[in-house]
Design a protein around this ligand. Structure first.
Ligand SMILES: Cc1cc2nc3c(=O)[nH]c(=O)nc-3n(C[C@H](O)[C@H](O)[C@H](O)COP(=O)(O)OP(=O)(O)OC[C@H]3O[C@@H](n4cnc5c(N)ncnc54)[C@H](O)[C@@H]3O)c2cc1C
Length: 392
């Protein structure tokens, strides 16, 4: 159940959007969620329907063809999708929060006019920061951008690119200054179109969860990108990436929250139905305490996620709050889905019951868009500032 004080902050038309998405998920995703997970299939038809419903333009202003809603609304949308199919939810979340949103924040007028209407209506966005040797330490990325007249030439490999096989536009972070001392200031962001010669999907990952979402390695072999496709100033790429991730972390928090809610609902229902020792297992103290703990963690996660969204909507700095929301909600989702499997006993361990999928899907929310360890570092840094280590 959603806390009433949060529902009350939504205007009627905002509540209608959330309800529309809930209906869409029930009608179009619920029946296929298990099958697309088993088949590792991206449900392209359902994705097109979500595009028609405007879910790919949630953060894009109307003047660029979107339906710009408040973050609290887009957060609720991701949560509703995640309750039914977290793989589809991450497609939408990545597209909106780290695909389209950075163009809104850092794009020139010309770039906004060129890319945002297409992102709202016809193509999916992807975010390419991570590399094989640059994950948490993203500033050490190596994909090279070499200036050549009024263009750039990109060479290297990106890993873990969500939406890689379906995206029309890739936000790519590259090292434009080869001087190692430039560090994160040597990184520039580029918008690369999918048909750019030299760009290819080099490997599809076979994942534990979110199996109906495509995650792939991308190869860049002398990919030529016009300087007009540079997003933000030369050397500002890391800033673009970090701003995008602050926003993305609210989406991952919402995803974790949705998965946890779904697992809890299943566990509660099962506990009331399953009989052992001549009575429903919900009568046993051990099960009741688990359910109480699960619901408390879900409610806490919801408050943190919604608060981060509300802070962004209020125009307040929200980076550390987004990290806290993502950190807590993702770890809570792992605990809640773990408990949901436990409450199902052996039935929780087979694919016939959805809690098995929720358990697998929840796990990655502690890893992507910054691991739990990195979220704690961000939060500590906001409390203490960057402190130099003492040397002996
Ligand atoms: C399904 C999936 C989808 C993804 N989608 C995208 C995407 O669309 N775009 C994209 O760019 N990336 C994406 N990623 C990559 C993801 O963001 C990285 O996996 C993540 O940032 C961690 O990097 P890593 O895997 O290299 O782990 P590492 O950075 O090697 O970390 C390994 C371990 O060391 C810990 N660690 C590292 N540094 C520290 C430190 N300073 N202090 C304490 N502990 C530390 C980590 O917390 C972790 O536990 C995706 C990943 C997955 C699994």
């Amino acid at each position: 159940m959603t806390p009433p004080e949060v529902v009350d902050t939504l205007a009627d038309e905002e509540r209608m959007i959330v309800e529309m998405v809930r209906d869409f998920a029930a009608n179009e995703l619920e029946g296929i969620a298990r099958e697309i997970d088993a088949e590792k299939r991206v449900p392209l038809d359902a994705i097109e329907k979500m595009r028609e419903l405007g879910l790919f333009g949630l953060l894009i202003p109307e003047e660029f063809g979107g339906s710009e809603v408040r973050t609290i609304v887009s957060t609720r949308v991701i949560e509703e999708l995640s309750k039914v199919c977290a793989a589809v939810a991450i497609t939408v979340s990545v597209h909106n929060s780290v695909g389209a949103f950075p163009i809104l924040l850092f794009g020139s007028d010309e770039q906004k006019k060129r890319f945002l209407p297409r992102l709202a209506s016809e193509m999916t966005g992807a975010f390419c920061l991570s590399e094989a040797d640059a994950g948490s330490d993203a500033a050490s990325l190596k994909l090279r951008a070499r200036r050549d007249g009024d263009a750039w030439v990109l060479d290297g490999t990106k890993m873990w690119v969500t939406n890689a096989t379906q995206a029309g536009i890739f936000l790519v972070f590259a090292r434009s200054d080869p001087d190692p001392s430039a560090g994160h200031r040597g990184i520039t962001a580029f918008l690369v179109e999918k048909d750019a010669p030299g760009l290819s999907v080099s490997k599809l990952e076979d994942k534990m969860g979110l199996r109906a979402s495509d995650t792939a390695e991308l190869a860049f072999e002398s990919v030529r990108v016009s300087d007009s496709h540079r997003l933000g100033a030369e050397g500002d790429g890391f800033k673009v990436a970090m701003s995008a991730l602050d926003n993305g972390r609210i989406g991952v928090g919402a995803q974790a929250l949705g998965i946890a809610r779904a697992a809890f609902d299943e566990a509660l229902r099962y506990a009331k139905e399953r009989q052992q020792f001549g009575q429903p297992i919900s009568r046993f103290e051990g099960i009741r305490l688990m359910l109480a703990q699960m619901d408390t963690e879900i409610q806490t996660a919801a408050l943190l996620v919604y608060r981060a969204a509300a802070m962004k909507d209020a125009g307040l700095p929200y980076g550390p709050q987004a990290s806290m929301a993502k950190l807590y909600a993702s770890e809570a989702a792992t605990r809640v889905t773990h408990a949901a499997v436990q409450i199902h006993g052996g039935y929780g361990y087979v694919k016939e019951y959805a809690v098995e999928r929720y358990y697998r899907d929840a796990r990655v929310t502690e890893i992507y868009e910054g691991t739990s360890q990195m979220q704690r570092i961000v939060i500590a840094r906001s409390l203490l500032g960057k402190q130099k280590r003492a040397t002996a």
